[in-house]
Ligand binder design. Structure first.
Ligand code: SAM
Length: 226
């Protein structure tokens, strides 16, 4: 199954019981589609485009050690992990409730090679240079201590390892910026300061090699090597 098919099929993990959150992340329910269009100015094609780019640093058939922070409900990554039975995967999140949803999905589709851990990205409980791939989907706009998160994700990655993912950046879509300022930030879902596409590129170029940053509306997708 291609990566595109894996992403397209993500909504099947939740089926008719898709939560509001999962429906929004996968553009698969009516309320989810409304939010994607209204807040993120994204249709199904743009949604698929950003996810493909964000996940492009996880090679098909990957067999090494991968850390995902934050896993959330796992709606985006579990379909990918289903096709990586020989990888050694660790998923971490601060929220036990979000992670329970991810664990339930893994069990439903019979994924056995994932360790789930409750924890904080700003103090990761791993040795330096532990992982070959560090994946972070939609996390850095939420993390309260972003400097510590950048430091820790770098520290636990092996030399030559890949850091990839995506998150909200300011300046990609005016409507999104307005919604974040007035709705998401006051509710605590998002925490400033936010990167722009350019500031993220400059940051990653300083820390990593081969940094590639591209945006789809207000979401920056990145991939770089330690
Ligand atoms: C928007 S969700 C993204 C989840 C998932 N990666 C996705 O794309 O659907 C943000 C997640 O970040 C987690 N989070 C926030 N602060 C965190 C921290 N300091 N350490 C680990 N996870 C954190 C939240 O619990 C939440 O599950």
């Amino acid at each position: 199954m291609t990566r595109r098919d894996q992403i397209r099929n993500a909504y099947r993990l939740t089926g008719n019981n898709a939560s509001f959150y999962d429906g929004m992340m996968t553009y698969s329910t009516l309320p989810g589609k409304v939010i994607c269009r209204l807040v993120w100015n994204m249709d199904g094609k743009k949604n698929l485009r950003y996810l493909e780019r964000a996940l492009s640093g996880v090679p098909e058939g990957f067999k090494g050690k991968l850390l995902e922070v934050p896993v959330g409900t796992g709606v985006l990554s579990m379909p990918v992990y289903k096709e990586l039975p020989e990888a050694d995967i660790t998923c971490l999140d601060y929220s036990v409730d979000m992670m329970h949803a991810a664990q339930a999905k893994a069990e439903t589709v019979g994924i056995r090679n994932i360790t789930f851990l409750q924890g904080d990205v700003s103090a990761l409980p791993f040795e330096d240079g532990t992982f070959d791939v560090m994946l972070s989907l939609n996390g850095f706009h939420a993390f309260p201590d972003k400097e510590a998160a950048y430091r820790e994700t770098f520290r636990v990655l092996k030399k030559g390892g890949t850091f990839c993912g995506c998150f909200y950046v300011r300046g990609g879509c005016g409507r999104t910026d307005w919604m974040i300022n007035h709705l998401y930030q006051p509710k605590g879902y998002f925490t400033p300061p936010y990167e722009t596409e350019q500031s993220l590129r400059e940051r990653l170029e300083k820390m990593y090699t081969k940094a590639k940053v591209t945006s789809v509306e207000g979401i920056a997708c990145f991939r770089c090597r330690k």
